[in-house]
Design a protein around this ligand. Sequence first.
Ligand SMILES: Cc1cc2nc3c(=O)[nH]c(=O)nc-3n(C[C@H](O)[C@H](O)[C@H](O)COP(=O)(O)OP(=O)(O)OC[C@H]3O[C@@H](n4cnc5c(N)ncnc54)[C@H](O)[C@@H]3O)c2cc1C
Length: 318
Amino acid sequence: MAENVTIIGSGPAGLTAALYTARANLNPLLISGNEFGGQIALTNEVENYPGFPDGITGPELTELMKQQAEKFGARFESDHVSRVDLQTHPFVLETENGARHETNSVVIATGASPRRLGVPGEIELTGRGVSYCATCDGFFFRGKKVAVIGGGDSALQEGLFLTRFAAQVYVVHRRNQLRAQPILQARAQENPKINFVWDSVVQDIQGDGAVSALNLVHVRTGDPSQLPVEGVFVYIGHIPNTQLFVGQLDMDDEGYLKVNERLHTKIPGVFAAGEAHDHIFKQAIVSAGFGSMAAMEVEKFLADLEHSGYPTAGKIFA
Ligand SMILES: Cc1cc2nc3c(=O)[nH]c(=O)nc-3n(C[C@H](O)[C@H](O)[C@H](O)COP(=O)(O)OP(=O)(O)OC[C@H]3O[C@@H](n4cnc5c(N)ncnc54)[C@H](O)[C@@H]3O)c2cc1C
């Protein structure tokens, strides 16, 4: 028997879609992916999610979201979707653990993954000093010098977190001004453990079994320099996790799914929510909002499906 709705991904978008579809009595199935909680579970400091005046950690926030969805009947499977067939209805989803699900509707909440620097040494030294998650790995750098690459909110937020452990945090940015919110910029500039390395890009990461230094190049003068550090935390943006849907759904040049204002993809019954399509706002609250919107559209789609059958192209999407 086909599921009513299957949600792919367990970040704020997927968890909120699970809550709303569960409260609509749709008995949703959520396939969580390899990273339960998504990107927000990578941070220790969430200060801007409404309802938590003292802040909350990302893992706590997503665990609470899960509990809330479960309370209303959402089911969770710890698995990763490896293949989808959206050309037949019910749609078919296959997973890494060998499960096969038929489903009448899908919410794609697969979010995004950290962009890599793409320099020599990065892959070889990942887990040996190169990290994309200060919350996970910051503790290992107690009393050490580390670098954070990037100039946006995540770079500064995580750089500030790292000052709890590290002796020194260098923020290496390719421009001479930051993109981060002013409140984070002010905190970083006031913090005696943070030093900025402006107008610089990483050429390669040095280390024999563990990171020992970064080779940098000044973007204007071309002058090389070396920064001795034992940790490198990379926050230079994200790539949407939409490769699964190539050839089946429309996406832009960067891989973000194309949706209409009601989050419908071009296939009736397939919706997208969160950073799989949102390349502008990239905040947990925004993804959660998209999750609720997609869930409400699922509800309407399933009601129409029950009364009128699967629509011909354009009938629901229009
Ligand atoms: C370090 C850091 C700090 C941040 N701090 C804040 C903050 O303080 N406040 C804030 O509002 N935002 C913050 N953000 C941004 C916030 O985390 C994101 O906007 C939000 O997590 C996006 O939610 P999402 O549900 O759209 O996608 P994601 O969080 O990216 O979740 C995607 C989910 O999909 C799953 N998935 C992917 N592919 C598959 C597949 N094939 N099968 C099954 N599952 C799959 C993944 O495992 C994951 O569970 C931060 C981000 C980072 C990286």
